[in-house]
Design a binder for this molecule. Structure first.
Ligand code: FES
Length: 185
């Protein structure tokens, strides 16, 4: 009987114990590595997927000129503005033409020069006292109201403000050839 109590643990039993310890450590290491990988993957995934959920956004306000420059304007004045748009990772600097129209009460309105019909650039015709689109003959009053031709609406007015004596505009694009203004960006 005593002999049985002193029987040494068989080599196969100790191997099982060693293997169990090894697999436990291996599993622990695997879980740790997977957790670390997941943690590192989050910022990478956010970076890669950013363009899918990020909307194209405008940069804000662009300077048009000093308010005093338009104080005595008798006709719309054409200005070129620049603005930055962010689309996913890209940052695009664009230029566009706008017209500043002074109302009788002195208020300034900024109009996009993009024709609301199919997107040509309208220009002010001093002799005719109206805007004319060269593509299909659309015509507009000095305040942008539609007068004649295929454009389904008047010229698009842009959000504007005065800051520190400077007229600023927030440039936006609108869907063409629809009767109501539908902002695109
Ligand atoms: S694009 Fe201006 S009238 Fe057609």
């Amino acid at each position: 009987m005593q002999e049985n109590a002193n029987i040494p643990v068989s080599s196969s039993t100790s191997e099982v114990i060693v293997i169990n310890r090894r697999s436990f450590m291996g599993a622990l290491l695997g879980i740790g590595t997977a957790a670390m990988g997941a943690l590192l993957a989050v910022p990478v995934l956010r970076y890669v997927l950013y363009p899918l959920y990020a909307r194209a956004t405008g940069s804000g306000w662009s300077e048009v000129g000093a308010v005093s420059d338009f104080a005595t304007a008798q006709a719309p004045i054409r200005k070129t503005i620049t603005f930055t748009q962010r689309d996913g990772w890209r940052e695009v600097v664009s230029s566009q033409s706008v017209y500043v129209h002074r109302e009788e009460n002195g208020d300034l309105r900024v109009l996009s020069a993009i024709c609301p019909h199919l997107g040509c650039s309208v220009s002010w015709q001093q002799g005719q006292d109206e805007f004319v689109c060269p593509c299909h003959g659309g015509r507009f009053k000095p305040n942008g109201t539609h007068v004649y031709g295929p454009p389904p609406r008047g010229m698009d007015e842009l959000p504007s403000r005065v800051d520190n004596g400077k007229l600023q505009v927030h440039f936006e694009y609108f869907r063409s050839n629809v009767p109501n203004k539908e902002r695109l960006s």
